[in-house]
Design a protein around this ligand. Structure first.
Ligand SMILES: C=C1C[C@]23C[C@@]1(O)CC[C@H]2[C@@]12CCC[C@@](C)(C(=O)O1)[C@H]2[C@@H]3C(=O)O
Ligand SMILES: O=C(O)CCC(=O)C(=O)O
Ligand SMILES: [Fe+2]
Length: 345
């Protein structure tokens, strides 16, 4: 049986070119109207003392702590994860080097309108009336093809760092998912419920400093589509905010060396909404260029996602239609935040 790759699953939803090319942020002195966002109703400041849970992967209670964090917040800081600090630093250095290239150089690795990988604006851009103060670079598997365009003679270090990072993130994502499954009392032998190859992607996000940061949006509010996202955010600037019901937008202050793990839509479905996918966004700074690196992990595109029996209510009611990963990506590409409600029963 031929299997679909994640980049093929995204290929069916081409974007028009003006929804791919970012602004040349280096040459723009003021914010153009195309990037000026109207104030939004939910922008009131939330309690600054509130913060997402911090879980140490080595904690003997990690299973319960992670389960509780996924249930109440849908996001947590992960420490004790074993990813070398030097690797986190290297991935950030390589990312900064990429985004500091001149615009015409970056455009050589532009994502094609029907493609999933390369340089460009966020894939969710067409759903919003204004552009974001953001440029991204998406990698699925080897970044070699694009890296050669960017640095014809000098791409090895970039590729090696991105390959190493993706390998380590995959192992970490699988470890965290196995703990999440255990928190649902799913036995060890049942934990690997999908085959290889997993559907994974690495997204480098760049948020240039902005002369008018309160009137732009770094990354518009969204939930991530796959099972789980592991985010490294640069320690020098805040930017990530998560939306908590009855509280509002909560800033996620970077903790040196910690990673941010958040629940995505497929885990929302698999857990029958016990672990809700978390709405989040990124704001930008007036003086600092912020970088984040997001690793997305999910089952293979042909895998059928359906609520786990362990997560059904006492009346055995399932809350969601069963969909393949590929079908869900397609529903999300057409409906964005309405996607989950469209498959709710
Ligand atoms: C696997 C993926 C998740 C993602 C779309 C992508 O193909 C690669 C980029 C990811 C990203 C990063 C920025 C926010 C986001 C919503 C987007 O537009 O592109 C996510 C996508 C997602 O989780 O749906
Ligand atoms: O930059 C951030 O903090 C958020 C990035 C993000 O949400 C994403 O890549 O999906
Ligand atoms: Fe996200």
């Amino acid at each position: 049986m031929s299997s679909t790759t994640l980049s093929e699953a995204y290929r069916d939803h081409p974007l028009s070119l003006h929804h791919v090319i970012p602004l040349d942020f280096n040459t723009i002195p003021t914010v153009p109207d195309s990037h000026l966002w109207p104030p939004s109703d939910d922008d009131f400041p939330s309690d600054d003392r509130l913060s997402i849970p911090v879980v140490d992967l080595m904690d003997p209670d990690a299973v319960k702590l992670i389960g509780d964090a996924c249930e109440t917040w849908g996001v947590f800081h992960l420490t004790g994860h074993g990813i070398p600090l030097s690797l986190l630093e290297h991935v950030e250095v390589e990312g900064r080097q990429l985004f500091s290239l001149p615009a015409e150089q970056k455009l050589k690795a532009l994502r094609s309108p029907g493609g999933a990988t390369g340089y460009g604006v966020a894939q969710i851009s067409p759903f919003f009336p204004k552009y974001m103060w953001h440029e991204g670079f998406t990698i699925m598997g080897s970044p070699l093809e694009q890296a050669i365009q960017l640095w014809p003679d000098d791409h090895k270090r970039f590729c090696d760092v991105m390959d190493d990072y993706q390998k380590q993130m995959k192992m970490l994502a699988e470890k965290v998912i196995s703990l999440i499954m255990r928190s649902l009392e799913i036995h060890e032998e049942m934990i690997r419920i999908w085959p290889e190859p997993a559907g994974t992607a690495l997204q480098l996000n760049s948020y240039p400093s902005c002369p008018d940061p309160n009137r732009v949006m770094g990354l518009a509010p969204h939930t991530d589509s796959l099972l789980l996202t592991i985010l490294h955010q640069s320690a020098t600037t805040t930017g990530l905010q998560i939306f908590k019901e009855e509280v509002g937008w909560v800033l996620v202050y970077p903790i040196h060396g910690a990673l941010v793990v958040n629940v995505g839509d497929l885990l929302h479905i698999l857990s029958n909404a016990r672990f809700p996918s978390v709405l989040h966004r990124a704001i930008v700074s007036q003086s600092k260029h912020r970088l984040s690196v997001a690793y997305f992990y999910g089952p293979p595109p042909d895998f059928n996602v359906t609520p786990l029996v362990k997560c059904l209510n006492s009346d055995q009611m399932t809350g969601f239609l069963s969909v393949t990963v590929k079908e869900y990506i397609s529903i999300k590409a057409k409906n964005l935040e309405k996607a989950l409600s469209l498959i709710r029963i």
